[in-house]
Design a protein around this ligand. Structure first.
Ligand code: NDP
Length: 252
């Protein structure tokens, strides 16, 4: 991979695991300095060592994306340590499944708090920072293919991920005049710890694999290139797009 992002400061929320970690690694391999925001500081420290091994600066920032003061403090610390913001990836998310008739209000609120409130607070913070810097920049909002179809048990998760489409589109429209681009990444089935229960369900894996034209789930590392593409400041006119990375699952 070339070093097209040398000197760029990038933030990946939920960057200490799964897809977020893979995106952080992709950015580091392309030369970006990376801050990962997450709650589990032990796991983050191990990822920072891997990022630094790519020859870039990296930092782990303890942050709850759904907590307003925590998000503001995380941005201040990131910019103090790594310099002006160049790319912000709102990736952190949780999934909890239950049939709607059995879903508690607590579950609903927990999922929406992290995924939707968190997405709002983080992208608002990034947008304010980009506008204040006057430097332009790139925001990537991580939704899901579940925003494109109905799935049993996923009322809260699906609502949150569909809501993020509205957030991302609005950001693209509002921020274009500040040369800030916002694109929405839509991953399909990817092997991470978020869905270990589903990975263990042979029938489920067989059914989803059979429905996927690529005939397999994704590995997180397959998000390296798309991330560096969307983060690249040279991509000046590419905003408001939904970039689907799902092996063709939702093409039908
Ligand atoms: P993981 O469970 O592997 O990682 C989730 C990450 O989010 C962790 O780094 C976790 O860190 C962080 N996180 C969770 N809650 C918070 C919080 N309140 N504040 C800060 N960080 C938080 O999930 P994936 O990598 O699979 O998912 C990443 C994104 O991709 C999610 O938005 C998910 O919805 C989306 N996605 C995943 C798909 C898949 O098949 N895996 C498919 C489509 C979309 P910590 O616990 O340390 O805070």
């Amino acid at each position: 991979m070339d070093r097209t992002l040398s000197g760029l400061t990038a933030v990946v929320t939920g960057g200490n695991n799964g897809i977020g970690k893979a995106m952080a690694m992709g950015l580091a391999k392309a030369g970006a300095n990376v801050a990962i925001w997450a709650r589990n500081t032990e796991r983050s420290a191990a990822v920072v060592a891997e990022l630094e091994a790519e020859g870039v600066r990296a930092t782990a920032v303890a942050c709850d994306v759904a907590d307003e003061p925590s998000v503001a403090a995380a941005m201040d610390r990131t910019v103090d340590e790594l310099g002006p913001l160049g790319c912000f990836i709102a990736n952190a998310g949780i999934a909890e499944a239950a049939p709607l008739t059995e879903m508690s209000l607590e579950t609903w609120r927990r999922v929406l708090r992290t995924n939707l409130d968190g997405g709002f607070l983080c992208t608002r913070e990034a947008a304010r920072r980009f506008v204040a810097q006057g430097s332009g920049g790139s925001i990537i909002v991580v939704s899901s293919t579940i925003s494109r179809y109905g799935a049993a048990g996923q009322a809260a998760y699906s609502t949150s991920k569909t809501g993020l489409l509205g957030l991302g589109r609005t950001l693209a429209v509002e921020l274009a005049r500040h040369r800030v681009r916002c694109n929405i990444l839509i991953p399909g089935w990817t092997r991470t710890s978020m869905n270990l229960d589903l990975q263990a369900d042979e029938r489920f894996v067989k059914a989803t694999t059979a429905r996927t034209p690529a005939r397999r789930w994704a590995d997180p590392e397959e998000f390296h290139e798309v991330t560096t593409f969307l983060a690249n400041p040279a991509l000046t006119y590419h905003t408001g797009n939904e970039v689907v990375v799902d092996g063709g699952y939702t093409v039908f």
